[in-house]
Design a protein around this ligand. Structure first.
Ligand code: SAH
Length: 471
């Protein structure tokens, strides 16, 4: 061991070591030692600690009988019969002495944060037990390895361990019952099926039924993912939305889903546009519902991608009702709704201690006869924020009605166009003058009307430099 050794993975042999019930010597009792102790215990090691003093964390573990404090002073003889040794003290001379003694005794040793003294290094890990991902830069750039770890951590569903455990527990069964092809093929199919999604969610019984079906030679069943795509900025997608977007066979989307979001859908997926521009329902809702069922019954993984949140003016409820009627498996993934997205990016908090103790989401979409029937007496109140979806066309009607039902003419209101996108525009004014202010603007993008005193906060809280990314 010396520092002339070439850094980098080339100098290291990656392994996973079975430590269950094995003896490990840990030198040090502080916070750094506590972190290593935790890892060792998770691997099931029997840890014996040498330390002059124990910090609170290590002390707690020792008091609970989960590790043993065997002395204050390190002696080479203590290495006898150990599988591993870890030195985690802030005393460099002591760490070096432990390392040298371990080398002589042939016990692999790690000195925390000292690659030159270490025989083995501890990788950054992503733990989805029984699945573990270890990342090492061979000591060349530990910070980079940690960054990568964070990425994998966020990308890999928390339920992955459950899925692995589910598959492990049924390995023998698949092996014995499989008749036609190979167990591997069954598992491949299973991972593409709603069964895998069920296992990720911890619904083992549902997952088992799918697996049994595959073993019985049944055709693969499809599934619908009803996913909220958020207001536009692709960064606002949830992890789950992104994962399902990348594993679908076909996507049904409408005008509200931004191009940036669509780019993240799996390249090979078939794309079906189901329209829905205002006053021009390209594909009637019943048709969409039926298409979802048809696609799923063909055994496909169907992504129904919707702007914002599927359950807020998104008719998501109707879609899953149809799916339930036809016994099609589905899951619903919430998204950032336009009100939340626009509020954040326009610097207009939806609630505020002084100005708004409540917030109402309401549709400004007029009936076929052009009438807007809303509970105006509830909407025209102080101390609350009212957000109108689909309210651009009816803006003059809305403002007039709110004034008529008691709000002052100079009550603040704002229109947010294309919220969260680089093309976002915000028009502020009052119930009295907002319609005139936007009259010449020729707005063609989705727009949200926000009414309430919180709109005034934008003077101070405007932070999003719209257009900055586009320029
Ligand atoms: N389910 C969606 C709303 C669908 S209704 C959601 O949760 O956001 C469609 C209306 O949403 C549009 O008429 C508009 O009022 C609003 N909207 C959606 N995206 C928007 C955006 N990026 N900026 C402004 N308004 C938006």
């Amino acid at each position: 061991m010396n520092s002339d050794q070439p850094a980098g993975a080339a100098g290291y042999f990656p392994i996973f070591l079975r430590l269950h019930g094995e003896a490990v010597l840990l030198v040090g009792g502080g916070e750094v030692a506590a972190r290593k102790l935790d890892l060792l215990l998770r691997a099931g090691a029997r840890v014996q600690i040498v330390a002059r003093a124990l910090g609170a964390e290590v002390r707690a573990v020792v008091d609970a009988g989960r590790a043993e404090h065997i002395g204050a002073a390190f002696e080479p003889a203590l290495l006898q019969g150990r599988r591993l040794a870890i030195a985690a003290t802030d005393d460099h001379a002591l760490n070096a002495a432990v390392a040298a003694a371990a080398e002589r005794a042939g016990v692999p040793v790690n000195v925390v944060d000292d690659i030159a003294l270490s025989r083995f290094i501890v990788p950054a890990i992503v733990d989805r037990s029984p699945l573990q991902i270890a990342i090492s830069s061979g000591g060349a750039a530990p910070v980079l390895a940690r960054r990568l770890r964070e990425r994998v951590e966020s990308w890999l569903p928390q339920g992955y361990g459950r899925l692995a455990a589910f598959m492990h527990a049924r390995r023998a069964k698949v092996k014995s019952r499989e008749t036609g092809g190979l167990p591997r093929r069954i598992w491949e199919q299973f991972l593409d099926s709603p069964g895998a999604e069920a296992a990720l969610r911890g619904e083992d019984q549902a997952a088992e039924r799918v697996l049994d079906g595959l073993l019985a030679g049944e055709a693969m069943r499809g599934e619908v993912y009803l996913v909220g795509a958020g207001p536009g900025d692709p960064d606002l997608l949830t992890f789950r939305a992104l994962r399902l977007m990348q594993q679908c066979d076909v996507v049904l989307y409408d005008r509200l889903v931004s191009p940036g979001v669509m780019e993240l859908v799996r390249r090979d997926a078939e794309r079906i546009f189901v329209g829905k521009a205002r006053n021009q329902h390209t594909v009637p809702q019943e048709e969409i519902n039926a298409e979802l069922v048809r696609q799923a019954q063909r055994g496909r993984r169907v992504l129904r991608l919707k702007g914002g949140d599927p359950f807020i003016f998104g008719r998501g409820g109707e879609e899953i009702e149809t799916l339930m009627t036809h016994g099609v498996a589905f899951q619903v993934v919430p998204g950032v709704t336009a009100a939340a997205g626009c509020a954040a990016y326009a610097g207009i908090p939806l609630t505020h201690r002084d100005y708004a103790q409540a917030c109402i989401f309401v549709t400004g979409h007029a009936r076929k006869d052009g009438k807007l029937e809303l509970h105006w007496d509830q909407l025209a109140r102080r101390g609350q924020t009212v957000v109108f979806y689909m309210g651009l066309q009816t803006l003059p009607q809305i403002c007039a009605a709110l004034i008529e039902h008691g709000l002052p003419r100079d009550w603040p209101a704002a229109i947010v166009v294309d919220g969260t996108a680089p093309t976002q525009q915000v028009f502020t004014g009052t119930l009295d003058d907002l319609p005139a202010r936007i009259a010449g603007a020729d707005i063609r993008r989705p727009s949200l009307l926000m009414v309430g005193e919180v709109v005034k906060l934008r003077d101070k809280l405007d932070w999003f430099r719209a257009g900055a990314a586009a320029r």
